[in-house]
Structure formats: C-alpha cells, structure tokens
Design a protein. Structure first.
Length: 281
C-alpha cells in the first residue's frame, strides 16, 4: 500500500517531511480562515502530465485573492519532490496548498500532499455517478460583478462544497450539480459539468463564477480538433435531462458519466469512450 507524502517550501527549497510532522502553525490563516487556494493534480504513470494548467490556475487564484505567490518553480519543486519515485502503477492525487501564512506581509505557506486516488473515486470513474441538483442560492451573474465573492478562484473554503456532497449522500446519490438562484447550471462541488446535445459538447459560462476547469478546457480543445463542435451554454437542469450524455469532469476523476440525475436513470449514448479517448489524446 503506497502511503501519503508531504513536502513543504522553506528557505527557498522543497523539503519532504514525515506526513505526521506538523507543517503549519495554529496561526496560519489557511487554517483559521480558509484564506488560501489550492490545486488537485493527477499523478499518473509516475508523472504529472497536466501540471502546467494547474500552475496557471493557481497563479490566477492567488492573483484574485491578492495572495503572494512564490513562483511556478517553487510549486514545481514541492510537487516534483513528492512525485520522484512514486510508483508508476498507482494513480495519485497531489494537492498543492498556498495560504496567506501568518498574514501582515509574512511569506505565504506552500505545501503539497500526495496520496493514492481513493478507491471510491476509481469506482466512480469506472461506473459513473448518481447526481442530485442543489441550489447554491446565488444569481448567475452576481459573481461577475462582485470580485470579493472570488468567482473563478479555487479557494480553500470548500466547506460548502463538502456539505453539498454529504447532502447528496443523504439523498442516496454520489455527487452534485449546483444551480443558480434562477436555475442555471453551475458546476459540481469538485467538477465541471459537460453535456452532449444537438451534436455539440456544452458547458456553463465561466462568467457565472464557476471554476474554469482544466479538464473541460482540454476536452473542448481536443473535441474541436476532432470535428466535434463545442459551446459555452447557460443551460438548465431540463437541458441535462434532455441531453444525450452528461459528465462531471475533473483532473483526478477524468470524465465521469452521470448515470442518474435527480432520481432519473440516464444513459450516455455510447459517447463516454470517445470523450475519454479525446482526454487521453
Ligand atoms: N469545479 C470545481 C469547484 C472544482 O473543485 C474542480 C476540481 O478541481 C473542477 C471544477 C474541475 O477542475 P479540473 O478539471 O481543473 O480538475
């Protein structure tokens, strides 16, 4: 059994530490306020083929939060220290955390944690997910005009996202699609929503404040290159029920087919293998 690994950025270098060693103090604003951002990077075949997209998004999140960023090389160093001699046959999830540290202009905290992808995630990848739609209670356009709501930033404040997943489990489902106050599709708590309809792939507009998914961006670029048109569409739950197929996309889980939506069984019109091939590209 491969066990978890941790690396921290200190004094201009990456240091691998025992995972049980304390690496942040109780004063860290990432702990006390969730004041920081993070990325989840897939480790597969002993490497991180999608790291570049995550580096870009971490920088963007830090900029949106006015958070000091120690530079891409520092992030590469902590990730690289963990991935070195990670077994090629074990898929891993590498979480990179960047927090405001102790605040008041002190250096940010940067650390990374690498652990095997959980068995339940691997099961969902293979078998698909049952999803419920839940409201996020925000108007679809509010975050575009309200930068303090941190739309588009992958902040550490995921307590609501985790609570939504617990609500899904209470309702006998695996996952969630959030909707806006008016019923527009947003995203999953840890994924981007993509659906196939009318010969196109669709995903909701980033102007709603959802996270711009690196996996969705890769899929849409590969699909366009392969002659499968794509569109950014402000859809509703009815569009998902009417779609040929619906997927939740994330770097760790890839394209996971939605097999049940608000209690209704649904198929994928045999499209999931093509989507996976495009992502494997
Ligand atoms: N939306 C949210 C809220 C997420 O947490 C994630 C996963 O990190 C995604 C979308 C999908 O992003 P990516 O494909 O870059 O993993």
């Amino acid at each position: 059994m491969t066990s978890a690994r941790v690396a921290v950025w200190t004094d201009g270098g990456a240091r691998v530490v025992d995972p049980t060693e304390p690496v942040v103090t109780a004063l860290d604003l990432g702990l006390g306020r969730g004041d920081g951002c993070f990325e989840s990077v897939l480790v597969t075949g002993g490497s991180t083929p999608q790291l570049a997209g995550h580096l870009t998004r971490l920088r963007r999140s830090a900029a949106l939060m006015e958070l000091a960023h120690p530079g891409d090389d520092a992030v590469r160093a902590v990730v690289g220290a963990l991935v070195a001699d990670w077994p090629g046959e074990v898929d891993g999830a590498c979480r990179v955390f960047l927090t405001r540290g102790l605040g008041d202009g002190t250096p940010p905290t940067l650390l990374a944690l690498l652990a095997p992808v959980p068995a339940e995630t691997l099961r969902q990848r293979a078998q698909g997910v049952a999803v419920v739609t839940l409201t996020l209670g925000l108007a679809a356009d509010v975050r575009a005009a309200s930068p303090w709501l941190l739309g588009g930033a992958k902040t550490l404040s995921y307590a609501v996202n985790m609570a939504a997943l617990r609500e899904a489990h209470r309702r006998g489902a695996d996952d969630v699609v959030f909707t806006s106050l008016e019923g527009q599709l947003l995203e999953g708590p840890t994924s981007t929503v993509v659906w196939a309809a009318g010969g196109r792939l669709h995903t909701p507009p980033p102007e709603t404040g959802i996270l711009a998914g690196t996996t969705q961006a890769r899929l849409f670029a590969a699909a366009e290159a392969d002659g499968w048109p794509t569109a950014v569409t402000p859809g509703t739950v009815a569009d998902l029920h009417a779609a040929d197929a619906v997927w939740l996309l994330s770097g760790i889980r890839g394209a996971t087919a939605v097999v049940r939506l608000d209690g209704a069984q649904r198929g994928d019109a045999g499209l999931t293998p093509r989507v996976r091939e495009l992502l494997a590209g």
